[in-house]
Design a protein around this ligand. Structure first.
Ligand SMILES: Cc1cc2nc3c(=O)[nH]c(=O)nc-3n(C[C@H](O)[C@H](O)[C@H](O)COP(=O)(O)O)c2cc1C
Length: 170
């Protein structure tokens, strides 16, 4: 099993300057649940996004308009992984473009993809279905988990993640 996610620390909607991004907090709960049974590959952009929320929004909008594929650092070998948890925030109504970089780069045929995300009100914004459509030869589980970024550090969030994983059969 593999846990891949993108998350940006810094100034964000409804949270102060975080040291660990909201999606990364959720990824941490998933890692805690599976322990050694899951490997982690964090998508670290080659060009890091600014800490300032407004500045980051400008870049995100531009990347979306240009249908950009911002590069991430390193490589991951998917051959050992049949199940991939994929986490991201919602940026401007969809996953950040770096998620498309990841989805375009590898062959997901026959893999099970389980998406999860954080947001500030958009929910999953139809992203699970969009990933399913994009990866037509993968098994994309659309029963993903969407959590408000402002809720991830509350007591109940970890329980919500664990309950979701149990519901999925893990
Ligand atoms: C550039 C940018 C665009 C965003 N656009 C949206 C949006 O369209 N809808 C939404 O609900 N939240 C939006 N947000 C809020 C984030 O989805 C939310 O704060 C999320 O938890 C951030 O996760 P992270 O800390 O893991 O990066 C946006 C945040 C940023 C930085």
């Amino acid at each position: 099993m593999l846990l891949t996610f993108f998350s940006r620390a810094g100034e964000n909607y409804g949270v102060d300057d975080t040291e660990v991004g909201n999606t990364e907090v959720i990824a941490g709960y998933i890692k805690d649940y599976f322990g050694d049974k899951i490997d982690v590959f964090k998508l670290e952009p080659v060009n890091p996004y600014p800490d300032a929320y407004q500045e980051c929004t400008e870049i995100a909008k531009r990347e979306k308009t240009e249908n950009a594929r911002p590069a991430f650092q390193g490589e991951v070998d998917l051959s050992a992984h049949d199940t991939i948890f994929l986490g991201y925030p919602i940026w401007c109504g969809e996953p950040p473009m770096i998620i498309n970089t990841f989805l375009d780069k590898y062959d997901f045929a026959g893999k099970t993809i389980i998406p999860f995300n954080t947001h500030a009100g958009s929910g999953a914004a139809g992203s699970y279905e969009a990933i399913k459509e994009k990866l037509s030869d993968a098994n994309v589980n659309t029963n993903g988990l969407a959590i408000m970024g402002t809720d991830v550090r509350t007591q109940s969030a970890k329980g919500t993640v664990e309950a979701w994983l149990k519901e999925l059969g893990f």
